[in-house]
Design a binder for this molecule. Structure first.
Ligand code: PMP
Length: 376
């Protein structure tokens, strides 16, 4: 039986990306490796619309968050941590582990973070020299408007801004230099359409300056050590890199850097949302302005979501369930990869069957989803 992976990481990778990893391994201290490294750097610079280079290292997204926490925070730092879900909480927890004092702002799960809420929290907490934000909160499918949030903070009052974009980069605009982010963390296995295992960190000039003035308590995550080799003419990793994943990321970036990619992800999200609502499910994120182009979360007010999930899995569809307070209460379906109408109709048709015959609120769910897909 075919299985359709719809978890928000890992996501399905194309055959081209899979096969790229079968290339023979090369010495990571040679010109060929630096060329591969530079090719990735050029493509990431296009994707992030930034002139700076990106640190790559073997880690999952949590490792990237830890690298930011280790380099920017410590017992002498007070951090303003804004969370709207499980991953915002995780970033906060990691930072607390490094000894930072935390001022928390919590937004209910399913709701987005507004520019006004953050600007006023920054105003009230001038002692916070670091601000933690999550771009795409994967536990709920909320996309926060990081550009507008940062723009709402007067430039002279801006703390160092660290953003968890683990489930954003690749699937939606993320332009850290233009937006004023100082430290951006992401990973390979979601919007970057690459297998899991690669962590990525991008820092602004202000960010690099800040980390150069601190002593990092971690050897492996010390970004200043990474920077020396990153900025050589022939860049290298300080430690052994997962070369096969570099091949994969290089190939995946070609699939992402095509005209209209972000638009396609948005259309897939709107179309799936329209069909899901029409079927009688309830979207977790009520305000469509905060809905993620990468994943959609929904519950079933008039029935048993666990039974739907079980039926989907039995049919070969593999979405994710809820996390934290939402465990057992929602289904999360991802659309990071090249999901178009055939995949959307497969997901909706499978949901219709999983609900049980006759239980769909409307039989027009396909028509509604298609109208949204076609932008009508
Ligand atoms: N932050 C966000 C927003 C995420 O979606 C995830 C993964 N779901 C993480 C952090 C942690 O990443 P990983 O599981 O790769 O450690």
């Amino acid at each position: 039986m075919n299985r359709y992976l719809m978890t928000p990481g890992p996501v399905p990778v194309s055959t081209g990306v899979s096969v790229s990893q079968a290339r023979p391994l090369i010495n990571h201290r040679c010109g060929a490796f630096s060329e591969l490294f530079l090719s990735i750097e050029d493509k990431l610079a296009q994707l992030l619309r930034s002139g700076g280079r990106t640190v790559l290292f073997p880690a999952s997204g949590t490792g990237s968050l830890e690298a930011l926490a280790a380099n920017f925070t410590g017992p002498d730092v007070t951090v303003l941590s804004v969370s709207c879900g499980v991953f915002g909480d995780r970033f906060r927890e990691i930072t607390a582990l490094y000894g930072a004092k935390i001022v928390s702002v919590d937004v209910p799960m399913g709701c987005g973070v507004t520019p006004e809420a953050v600007a006023s929290a920054v105003e009230r907490n001038p002692d916070c020299s670091v601000l933690l934000l999550t771009q795409n909160e994967t536990s709920t499918g909320v996309l926060n408007p990081i550009d507008r949030i940062i723009a709402a903070i007067p430039r002279e009052k801006r703390p160092l801004i660290l953003v968890d974009s683990v489930s954003a980069v690749g699937a939606m605009p993320c332009f850290p230099e233009e937006w004023g982010i100082d430290g951006l963390a992401t990973a390979s296995q979601k919007g970057l359409l690459t297998p899991p295992g690669l962590g990525l960190i991008w820092l602004s000039e202000r960010g690099w300056d800040a980390v150069s003035k601190r002593k990092c308590p971690s050897y492996y995550f010390d970004l200043a050590r990474q920077k020396k080799q990153l900025y050589m003419d022939a860049p290298e990793n300080p430690y052994t890199p997962p070369v096969s994943l570099y091949y994969a990321l290089d190939a995946a970036l070609d699939e992402i850097l095509v005209d209209g990619w972000f638009d396609l992800r948005r259309r897939a999200a709107s179309s799936l949302a329209a069909g899901i609502e029409s079927l009688g499910f309830s979207l977790l994120v009520k305000d469509e302005n905060f809905r993620s182009p990468g994943l959609t979360a929904f519950s079933l007010p008039s029935g048993d979501i666990a039974a739907v999930s079980k039926a989907l899995k039995a049919a070969g569809i593999e979405p994710a369930g809820g996390q934290g307070a939402l465990k057992g209460k929602i289904i999360r379906m991802s659309h990071y990869h090249d999901v178009r109408w055939p995949e959307i109709s497969l997901a909706l048709g499978s949901l219709y069957a999983a609900l049980g015959s006759g239980r769909a609120q409307s039989r027009d769910f396909m028509r509604d989803a298609l109208a949204a897909w076609e932008g009508k």
